[in-house]
Design a protein around this ligand. Structure first.
Ligand code: PLP
Length: 410
């Protein structure tokens, strides 16, 4: 008889995006003449940079020639890409990272989901709330989350660090000490960031408690403000406590191409039950070599082109386009009297709803009355109740029309 991993039975069905899709479909069927504008999407919409596409075409041609054909590559990624990552993403910011501290991957979702393989099931996990759901679900699968409590909307073995307008979206240091702390900045869904002083507090806390920080920096390319760190390793001591996850998805439109990377400093140590220090880098390398055969050569060539002069200019153009959308949404909603967070260093705008208004009620009214679709904040966790997420990934014309509809909404 096949016994299943019972932890999967503790997963909550993700109703959020399927419920949104169902509601939009039902509305559209009942009102075929109405134009619905979607500001709920978390995917990029602009096409890839030409430099990346050309590099991938050239790499595909190399596969035709026995002299340049590539079979299995290094599981951890090719040096040509790692060298560019080191030079542009780290050295330029005064951070030393060595090639064997970088693991090129097929994206941050897989990496943040898979990293739990190398940690004990008994570790206590802390997440910020609201949160990117992958962190919770993958810990549920591993048996770290415990049981889901319907009335609180929380798992009983996870430490929730609320992030809301009251605490200025800065996670408070939990009273119960966690072993693993997930952080995501710039944040999905709130679009908020931590400055260096705020992040330093969390790094120091992790160090004091021999905890590890899993730092998801998938939206780093959207940072505009000076004091916001682009890498957690800008913070002194972070190499001893943090793993950093980066992605080409939102930076360069690679959501469909698939490429990202993880940085695991060699200074980062975990502990065996008998208290021996163990290199986390070594464990992840072992796991990678066993379960992964590397990102395709063609994709890595496309990612390398992100760092070319042409590639940098082209991806900047796309990011600027989304940032301008974010600015338009933020400024217009503020003019309309809403309290708005995020949208400056991130493609997400986090709208505080008037007191007492629930996220799903707002969603229904917005759809039915002015045909604008966003994402109810409570779908990202209990602290998201009373908030609403809009994204800057739509096209300009629709973004402007949507905010005008909200502004003129009675
Ligand atoms: N991390 C966060 C916080 C995200 O919001 C997303 C995608 O929406 C990802 C990771 C996924 O990144 P990737 O496309 O590299 O898997």
């Amino acid at each position: 008889m096949i016994n299943i991993n019972e932890n999967f039975l503790d997963l909550q069905d993700s109703y959020l995006f399927s419920t949104i899709a169902k509601k939009v479909k039902a509305f559209q069927e009942a009102n075929p003449d109405k134009k619905v504008i979607k500001l709920g999407i978390g995917d990029v919409t602009l096409p890839l940079a030409k430099a990346c596409v050309n590099a991938m075409k050239k790499a595909a041609d190399e596969m035709l020639d026995s002299n340049t054909f590539k079979g299995y590559g290094p599981e951890q990624g090719y040096d040509f890409l790692k060298d560019k990552i080191i030079e542009f993403d780290y050295k330029k910011r005064g951070i030393d990272v060595e090639p064997d501290e970088i693991f090129v991957s097929d994206g941050a979702k897989c990496d943040t989901g898979n990293i739990g393989d190398i940690f004990s099931k008994d570790n206590k996990v802390a997440i910020t709330d609201p949160v990117y759901p992958v962190y919770i679900d993958t810990n549920t699968m591993a048996g770290r989350a415990g049981k889901y409590n319907e009335s609180t909307g929380m798992y009983d073995n996870i430490i929730y660090m609320p992030c809301n307008a009251e605490n200025n979206f800065e996670p408070e240091l939990p009273s119960e000490v966690p072993d693993i702390i997930y952080l995501c900045f710039p944040n999905n869904p709130t679009g908020t960031v931590l400055n260096k002083t705020q992040l330093k507090k969390l790094v120091d806390y992790a160090k004091e408690n021999k905890a590890i920080i899993l730092y998801d920096s998938a939206y780093e390319a959207f940072i505009t403000e000076e004091d916001v760190p682009h890498s957690i390793y800008e913070i002194e001591g972070a190499k001893e406590v943090a793993i950093e996850f980066k992605s080409f998805s939102k930076t360069a439109g690679f959501t469909g191409v698939r490429c990202g990377y993880v940085v695991i400093p060699k200074a980062l140590k975990g502990y065996s039950k008998d208290g021996q220090e163990v290199s986390i880098n070594k464990l992840w390398n072992r796991r990678t070599c066993t379960k992964f055969n590397g990102v395709s050569y063609i994709t890595q060539k496309g990612a390398e082109a992100v760092y070319s002069e042409e590639g940098q200019a082209q991806i900047k153009q796309n990011i600027d386009y989304y940032k301008e959308n974010a600015k338009i949404i933020k400024e217009n909603l503020e003019e309309a009297g809403y309290k708005v967070f995020g949208g400056v260093n991130a493609p997400y705008i986090w709208l505080k709803l008037p007191d007492g208004v629930k996220s799903w009620n707002f969603f229904d009214r917005l759809l039915n009355e002015i045909q604008v679709v966003g994402t109810p904040g409570v779908g990202f966790g209990p602290s998201g109740e009373g908030y609403f997420r809009l994204t800057a990934f739509g096209n300009r014309e629709n973004t402007i029309e949507a905010v005008n509809r909200i502004k003129n909404w009675k």
